[in-house]
Design a protein around this ligand. Structure first.
Ligand SMILES: Nc1ncnc2c1ncn2[C@@H]1O[C@H](COP(=O)(O)OP(=O)(O)OP(=O)(O)O)[C@@H](O)[C@H]1O
Length: 288
């Protein structure tokens, strides 16, 4: 690793991980800048969780260089761990404790924790502060998990599919939380299946498929770079649908105007959305 690597909150080069015959991560490079929200976007089984677990120091790797806040996670010290906020997906908190008791309990693990009641408010669980964990809904449970991830006031927050199981309102509130934490200077890596979530939150994102990064950049740049082709559609005189994917739609339309001698029936010109680009990049392209 070069000195430059330490300027990045996360720096990954050539990361590989196999589980028996399955190659989960197949040579991933990532650079996450301090202070940014970085989205790792990909379909089921793309290798997102494996990557995040390696960054957390919870999974070994087969090859590659990994630096998280300047340390190799596989040899991360307790002091390093306290700077990295991890949101666990398992049900590790004791079910009989209340939300407030749990957050206070986890705060004791850190030298300089955030105020537990402030964190409960931050994740929107004020009304449930006195409720036992076993009485929480799935979405409320996930918000508690996020509270436990941020109670230590981490420099870097690693979130693996944080909003899975949230209703739309809870998802919006969670987005506000991420923006708030980001505005306070926390670097955030989040994995998601939801393109709209990555687009709404991430300053930059990497799309991964089959263990490889297939695109990386700002959401708008990705759309422009990979979504240059337009689709021109029209109705033929016999009523059938004409369609052409083209990088030069104006020329296509000019040709149609000549053919129809004026007005083109049923003319539609559409540019790919970021979703179209994402589906194409991850090999899940919808049928036209
Ligand atoms: N502990 C494990 N043992 C064996 N294979 C595993 C294990 N964990 C993951 N895999 C396999 O590795 C590949 C990548 O899985 P991973 O969980 O990292 O993907 P993901 O992008 O997080 O998927 P999802 O969105 O479904 O959570 C998959 O093919 C998965 O079946």
């Amino acid at each position: 690793m070069t000195a430059h690597a330490n300027e990045l909150a996360v720096h990954v080069r050539g990361l590989r991980k196999r589980y028996g015959d399955v190659t989960a991560v197949d040579g991933i490079d990532l650079g996450i800048r301090r202070g940014e929200v970085f989205g790792l976007l990909g379909p089921n089984g793309a290798g997102k969780s494996t990557t995040v677990e390696i960054l957390q120091g919870n999974r070994s790797r087969d090859a590659g260089d990994v630096s998280v806040l300047g340390s190799d996670p596989s040899t991360g010290t307790r002091a390093w761990r306290s700077r990295v906020g991890i949101v666990w997906q398992d049900e590790s908190a004791p079910a009989e404790l209340t939300v407030r008791e749990t957050v206070r309990h986890f705060a004791r693990y850190y030298a300089r924790p955030r105020d537990p009641d402030e964190v409960i408010g931050l994740v929107g669980l004020e009304e449930k502060a006195g409720s036992r964990i076993k009485a929480l809904s799935g979405g409320q449970r996930r918000r508690l998990d996020v509270a436990l991830g941020v109670i230590g006031d981490p420099e870097l927050l690693l979130l693996d599919e944080p909003t899975t199981g949230f209703d739309p309102g809870a998802r919006r509130r969670f987005w506000d939380l991420i923006r708030k934490l980001s505005a306070e200077g926390t670097t955030i890596l989040l994995t998601t299946h939801y393109l709209e979530e990555a687009e709404a939150l991430a300053h930059r994102l990497a799309v991964i498929a089959k263990g490889q990064v297939v695109a990386e950049g700002e959401p708008a740049t990705l759309r422009d770079r990979y979504g240059t082709e337009a689709t021109v559609q029209w109705t033929e005189p016999d009523g059938t649908q004409g369609r052409e994917h083209t990088g030069t739609p104006t020329r296509t339309i000019a040709g149609l105007m000549r053919r129809f001698d004026g007005e083109i029936p049923g003319l539609r010109v559409s540019r790919p959305t970021l979703e179209d680009v994402y589906l194409r990049l991850t090999g899940q392209e919808a049928a036209p």
